[in-house]
Design a protein around this ligand. Structure first.
Ligand SMILES: O=C(O)C(=O)C[C@]1(C(=O)O)C=C[C@@H](O)C=C1
Length: 393
């Protein structure tokens, strides 16, 4: 029963942790890999309990239902203490004080200082559903035009694109997003509209709560909590577009391989390789990247692509596979797509030059870069593709 969950957890040897994975710096998901301040907290808590962590993905709208259905033991990831949630479970002591503040395109900062300014029919407010942000928007700005937008990750791009005027969210997230998206400004993160505390959602087991509270109090009192918060705010989240470009390029090697298999063409095309490198050097040097660095990165991507293709060819040969019905056209569709990714890769390299060259941030760079979907395709190709960014991988 709920009264003996600490015993259940220790007997099982596993702490099941519910988290949404869509809320930086607390909980961020890439594939099946979760990172962030609260993931680190979950790891630390499990270590203190002498058990392993099992992450259970959930969402803001489903959080309390999943908790009620015992899909996980505890939940964290920027979860605020609210009276509704307190009806269903216990909360640990708070580990971070925060509150709602607007985030908007910087030129609009002066227009959205107060709730009176925001609560107007002409104002287009955007909000993610199911959590305290939606509750705050509906209760504090009922006269504004409200768009409920379900993707917490791309919602900030809607503001950049001008599809919405502002969002009201926790100051810590507003601060982080203004770093990631220079056109956005957190309006008054030091003086939020309200106050809420982030805490760990717990089952109604006083023994578990006593253990968690004691552990958290020590972290807070020693200053370790503040150091973690600072570190996760400063985490190189901005590298994600670079990781995505590398991942997409590797995944596209499957389409290249299918086209070549059907055409019975060789995997290696040195003429095309020279073209790819030359185009990348031209475009990248204009962005301020060194030609040596560009060439190193693109050689690695090409080698990784050939690894994927060779592995697939070996598999298809062994299966005596025939031609594919759905092979794409290499020249008309696949290579233009690769060229588009070249641009994306170079831009994100240029945007992140300082971080990538910072010896002190090597471990964090590795942490962001490692979760590639293409790992399921070929671990060796992933190692090759990532090798220029922080050896050894
Ligand atoms: O475009 C191709 O033909 C590919 O196989 C892709 C690619 C690349 O990664 O850019 C890889 C190997 C070839 O030698 C040339 C280019």
């Amino acid at each position: 029963g709920a009264g003996h969950r600490l015993d259940d957890i220790t007997a099982r040897g596993v702490l099941r942790v519910g988290t949404t994975g869509d809320y930086k710096p607390f909980s961020s998901r890439a594939g099946n890999d979760f990172v962030g301040l609260d993931i680190e907290l979950a790891d630390g808590l499990a270590r203190a309990l002498g058990v392993k962590v099992q992450i259970v993905p959930t969402s803001w709208p489903a959080l309390m239902k999943d908790f009620g259905e015992n899909k996980f033991d505890i939940a964290l990831g920027g979860v605020s203490i609210t009276p509704e949630r307190q009806k269903q479970g216990l909360f640990s002591v708070g580990y971070l004080r925060d509150g709602k503040t607007p985030i908007t395109r910087c030129e609009n900062s002066a227009r959205f200082q107060t709730l009176a300014q925001i609560d107007q029919p002409s104002v287009r407010l955007i909000v993610n559903p199911g959590g305290t942000n939606e509750r705050f928007a509906r209760s504090q700005a009922p006269n504004a035009q409200l768009t409920v937008y379900p993707d917490n990750v791309t919602i900030f791009d809607r503001i950049v694109a001008g599809a919405a005027d502002l969002m009201m969210t926790d100051a810590i997230e507003a601060r982080l997003q203004q770093r990631l998206r220079p056109r956005l400004c957190a309006v008054h993160p030091d003086a939020p509209f309200d106050f809420a505390e982030k805490a760990i959602l717990l089952p109604r087991d006083p023994a578990l709560k006593a253990f968690v509270d004691q552990w958290l109090r020590q972290l807070i009192a020693s200053g370790a909590m503040q150091r973690s918060v600072d570190r996760w705010l400063d985490f190189p989240w901005g590298l994600e577009p670079l990781r995505l470009a590398i991942d997409q390029r590797l995944l596209l090697a499957q389409a290249v391989a299918r086209a070549k298999w059907n055409a019975q063409a060789p995997i290696e095309d040195l003429g095309r390789e020279a073209q790819v490198i030359q185009a990348a050097v031209k475009e990248g040097t204009a962005l301020g990247l060194s030609s040596v660095w560009i060439e190193t990165v693109f050689r690695a991507q090409i080698e990784a692509s050939k690894t994927v293709q060779r592995e697939l060819f070996a598999q298809w040969s062994a299966q005596h596979a025939g031609k594919f019905d759905d092979a794409p056209d290499l020249a008309k569709t696949v290579r233009p797509e690769l060229d588009r990714l070249t641009t994306q890769l170079l831009r994100s390299m240029a945007d992140n030059q300082a971080v990538l060259n910072d010896e002190a941030r090597k471990a964090d760079v590795a942490r962001v870069m490692r979760s590639l979907d293409a790992r399921a395709l070929s671990p060796q190709a992933v190692t090759q593709a990532l090798s220029p960014f922080s050896p050894p991988w």
